[in-house]
Ligand binder design. Structure first.
Ligand code: PMP
Ligand code: GLN
Length: 383
């Protein structure tokens, strides 16, 4: 393994899912739903397979039906207008979109300012691209993890090429506010930075939180690469259909990298996701409401079991502090948890450069059936 990748090893998600299988534990580690997405969308995939749509290489940028549906979604939802032919690119999940964007946009040695804790593929993709990550740590403040705008400003140097943002944020569940996003946008414009924004949890925001796309802020449309995923929005993580929307020059750049990573992927599924994006608003409302209920079940259960719970405003993850349980090392806690309680969780420290800062936090996924969440909570309470 080369020096760029040596520090990363096996992803924590694979490690912890294997542990869940080996111990027969309830897996609240890796974020994948235990209920598949809509039946009619599965049927749409079957129809595409049978009708011979997408069984051979689809077009490099993605099938036109899907690119049109992505553009329509961005317009309907956010008032953002993208040309399906030049400003939309279909990728092999958001993971490839992130990798291709960083490979395309970074020169070796360029600095990337990323919110910490960060989704694990960010660090690896920055490294593959020869970039340097510069974390800005979200810190607990009155029940949620918040961004310190002064720290963010101080992290930008003459070597900074881009800001890598994620809202709603995995693993903390933070949804950046309008004021926070406006400050990020102002900074990007002032320092002439590109922004890659991972908005895969855009439809999972709860209570009075609102997802606002960074691309909609003044001066951002031309400098922002926005990433979405059908894995998250429609509960088909195995289909690996993601996308990028951005200005033509940025989409061309990302596509230049993407063509040598996978070239294309997920042919028949692209047609099905095009139909999914056109589902009525009630689909998105039901999806969000059902995840909110699950959030509440798991949060209550974790609180009853003695964890400090950071109530997530978005995503399907809840971050907890284990110190009230007399624990301080999330790694050790998560490695022991399957034996102790028959539950698998993720130590947030893996999402930090500053492992100390992340040590006491542990993430649980709540994209599971309510009875599964209740059983997990009961096991944790009895532990
Ligand atoms: N970004 C974030 C913040 C995620 O949580 C995930 C999935 N865990 C991804 C990207 C990857 O998405 P996909 O499965 O579409 O590659
Ligand atoms: N995004 C998922 C999570 O955060 C994991 C996806 C993966 O295993 N790469 O749990």
């Amino acid at each position: 393994l080369n020096r760029r990748l040596a520090e990363f090893g096996t992803t924590i998600f694979a490690e912890m899912s294997a542990l869940a299988v080996a111990t027969g534990s309830i897996n609240l580690g890796q974020g994948f739903p235990d209920t598949d997405g809509p039946e009619e969308i599965r049927e749409a995939a079957v129809r595409a397979l049978r009708d011979g749509r997408g069984n051979q290489y689809p077009p490099g940028p993605g099938v036109p039906e899907l690119r049109t549906a992505i553009a329509a979604h961005q317009l309907r939802r956010y008032g953002l207008s993208y040309d399906p032919d030049t400003e939309v690119l279909v990728t092999a999940g958001a993971t490839e979109a992130i990798a291709a964007a960083l490979l395309a946009l970074l020169e070796p040695g360029d600095e990337v300012v990323a919110l910490e804790p960060y989704y694990d593929s960010y660090a690896a993709s920055i490294a593959l691209a020869g970039g340097r990550r510069v974390p800005v740590t979200l810190r607990p403040h009155e029940g949620s993890f918040r961004l310190d705008l002064d720290e963010l400003r101080a992290a930008v140097t003459d070597r900074t090429r881009l800001l890598l943002v994620n809202t709603p944020h995995n693993p903390t569940g933070t949804v950046l506010t309008r004021a926070e996003l406006a400050a990020i946008a102002e900074l990007a414009v002032e320092r002439d930075l590109l922004v890659v924004t991972d908005e895969v949890y855009e439809h999972l925001v709860f209570d009075d939180a609102e997802h606002l796309p960074l691309a909609a802020f003044p001066g951002m449309r031309e400098r922002t690469v926005t990433i979405g995923s059908a894995g998250k929005t429609f509960s088909f993580t195995g289909w690996k259909v993601g996308w990028v929307t951005a200005a033509p020059a940025l989409v061309s750049a990302v596509r230049a990298a993407k063509q040598f990573l996978t070239y294309v992927s997920s042919g028949p599924f692209q047609y099905a996701v095009a139909e999914a994006l056109a589902l009525p608003e009630s689909y998105y409302d039901d999806f969000r409401n059902s995840m909110r209920e699950r959030r509440d079940i798991l949060s209550a259960g974790l609180t009853a079991a003695g964890f400090e719970v950071f109530r997530p405003a978005g995503t399907y993850f809840v971050t907890t502090d284990i110190r009230p349980l007399g624990e301080k090392d999330g790694f050790a806690f998560c490695r022991a948890l399957p034996e102790r309680a028959g539950v698998v969780a993720i130590p947030n420290a893996v999402f930090y450069d500053d492992r100390e800062a992340g040590a006491p936090f542990v993430r649980f996924a709540f994209c599971k059936r309510a009875d599964v969440l209740r059983e997990a909570a009961e096991r944790l309470r009895a532990m």
